[in-house]
Each structure stands twice: as C-alpha cells, then as structure tokens.
Design a protein around this ligand. Structure first.
Ligand code: GUN
Length: 338
C-alpha cells in the first residue's frame, strides 16, 4: 500500500522514462557519489545539546513535559507516537501517551486538550495527525494553547512564522533547516523548490527558506511541467507523499535533495516499479512485510544529486529531535526563561 497520495498523475507505473532516463538528463558524473546527509547523526547531536539544557533546567526544578495524543489505531501513527515518547524518556523529558478510541468526537478531544492546556506539568501538546475523519482537525489545532503548541500548527504560531516573529516552528521544517545548516549547505541566494504545500511541511519550510534568503518556488499537484521547475533547484525539498515520484529528470545535477517522504510499500509490484534494481528491497519486503521509500527515487538521487537525505535515516530523526527541542523551548518560554 502507498500511504497518502495527493498527486493524481503519479510516476509509479506510469512513466517509462524513469527506468530508461533519456540521454538529455545525463545526471552528474558517475564517479562522484552524492554526499549522504546523515539525519540520524545530526539528530543525535541536537539531542546531546538538549541534554545539557535539561540538566540546567532540572537544577532549577523544571522538568519539561510533553503530552502525545493518539486517536484511533493508525499503525504508522502508533509507531511515531511510541518513538516520540521513547525519546522523551531517553532525554529525561516527562511524557504522557494518551490514546483515545477511533470513534472519539471533536468535542471529546477538545475537552482533553482543554484539560492539558490547564495542566502545569505539561509544556507541550502534540495531537498526532491524521485524525479520524469525524474530527475537525482545525478546531482541535486551534484549541491548543499556542504556548504549548510544540507542533507549531496553531494559527498564532503559523502567523508568527510568516511574519518573522519568534514562536514555535513545525518540527519537520525546522529539522530540514538544521540538516542544511549543519551540513554547510548554502541557503542564501540558492534556488529552492518545495514540492508539496501542506501546512505541516511544504508551506512552513518554504517560509523558513525564504527568511534565509533563498529564492523559493512551491510546487503542487497542479504545477505544469514539474520537472522543468524542479530541475532549477539547488535545494529540492520533496514533501508530497508520493513514492519515488522524483526521478532523474526532476533533479538538477549536483543539487541538494531533501526527501521528506515516508511511503510504505507492501506489494512486490510496487517495489519492482519503485526501484531500478529491486533485489534488496524485495528481500526486505519478504522478511519485514513492507519497504520504506521516500518521495525521491533512491538510486537516481545517489547518481545525480550533490547531497541527499536517505529514507529512512534522513529527515525522520530530525522531526523527533526538533519536537524535543520545541518542548524544552516551550518549557522555558512558559516560565519566562531564555
Ligand atoms: N503526523 C506526521 N507527522 C506529524 C507531526 O510532525 N506532528 C503531528 N502532530 N502529526 C504528524
């Protein structure tokens, strides 16, 4: 199964060019491998830096607290929430995992958020998305106290981001900027193309890159001649939730490619279409039952890009590290500490 496919005309199974790229897209030099941007290592560095701050907070009697709310039994969401709570435990951040049934109503969930807003031991509230269809996600996000909005999705924090004021910034976009900065990728003056316009990733990362003086284009499912636009990108952010959609013709040779996609393939036909050489992935499928792939074709990006984030091990670990960072930040800000 391919999770969440907003793009109607996908690449999987639809384009012969992805298997036999035309000669006019020669790629980079075959002998210079693209630099792998190790998100796991960067996330570890960030978490290590947070630990020092947490020790100092503890000495002042402050233990930051995160409430992670999961509604329903979406398996991917269960894994994400478990991983967030586990990371809190490893760092000494107080955490609560709150699980509600899939039948929960908007008003029931809002009551829980109101209660968490009022609890002083809770500095951050994360309501894992997506929510079941009967719940109005916008109402819920609006009900979270902006000072505890560690996802940065409340309109108050979105407005602060847009207008360049300090606030809580969505975790994945903040993590992408950390990857670029800590890998010494120049942003100022770069042509950046973001594919995907979600409130959680596409829009905020475009704003962050704009604030850092990139020339930013946001593409989406209605963009005409997408490869012509993405091939302009010095920094290409793929965040559309479409397995291996960005292939060789979409990538400028030498570009930095940030792959936000986490698509789970569970059928051999999907794996064969997504990978040029599917041997290892098919073995993984047989042993694990599914294979994770990003929005960028993994073999092409290695050959064409200058630097790239792998899936898994690229952007994913940063999302959790930045959630920890936002929780610590919220704990400080709520107490008037710097
Ligand atoms: N679902 C997938 N990623 C996220 C995230 O960063 N925050 C929330 N709340 N839900 C998600």
């Amino acid at each position: 199964m391919v999770e969440h496919c907003p793009f109607k005309a996908g690449v999987l199974g639809s384009s012969p060019s992805r298997l036999n790229p035309p000669a006019r897209f020669p790629g980079k030099r075959g002998d210079v491998p693209a630099r792998l941007l190790d998100g796991a290592a960067i996330a570890t560095a960030i978490k290590n830096e947070l630990e020092a701050g947490l020790v100092s907070l503890k000495s002042q009697g402050v233990v930051p607290g995160l409430a992670a709310v999961l509604v329903g039994d979406n398996p991917a969401s269960q894994i994400y929430v478990r991983s967030k709570v586990k990371t809190c435990e490893a760092l000494g951040i107080y955490s609560e995992r709150i699980e509600l049934p899939a039948t929960t109503s908007t008003s029931e969930l809002k009551r829980l958020v109101d209660e968490l807003n009022a609890r002083d031991t809770i500095d951050g509230i994360l309501v894992q998305l997506p929510l079941p269809p009967q719940i109005d996600a916008k109402t819920i996000l609006l009900s979270i106290d902006p000072s505890k909005d560690v996802d940065g999705l409340h309109p108050m924090n979105a407005g602060k981001l847009l207008s360049g004021r300090p606030g809580l910034v969505p975790c994945t976009p903040a993590g992408i900027l950390e990857i670029l900065d800590r890998s010494a990728i120049a942003i100022r003056g770069a042509r950046a193309v973001v594919v995907g316009r979600s409130d959680m990733v596409g829009k905020p990362v475009a704003i962050l890159l704009l604030h850092r003086h990139a020339t930013v284009t946001v593409c989406h499912s209605q963009t005409r001649d997408l490869p012509a636009v993405t091939r302009e990108a010095d920094i290409l952010v793929a965040a559309m939730g479409r397995a291996a959609m960005l292939t060789r013709p979409f990538i400028k040779p030498g570009a930095t490619v940030i792959d936000v996609g986490t698509n789970r393939l569970s059928r051999p036909e999907e794996v064969k279409l997504a990978f040029h050489d599917p041997t290892a992935a098919l073995e993984k499928l047989a042993s694990k039952g599914s294979v994770l792939i990003g929005d960028v074709q993994p073999e092409d990006v290695r050959e064409v890009a200058g630097a790239f984030t792998p899936v898994p091990g690229g952007v994913g670990p940063l999302t959790i590290a930045m959630l920890m960072s936002n929780t610590v930040r919220a704990a400080r800000l709520r107490r008037g500490m710097q």
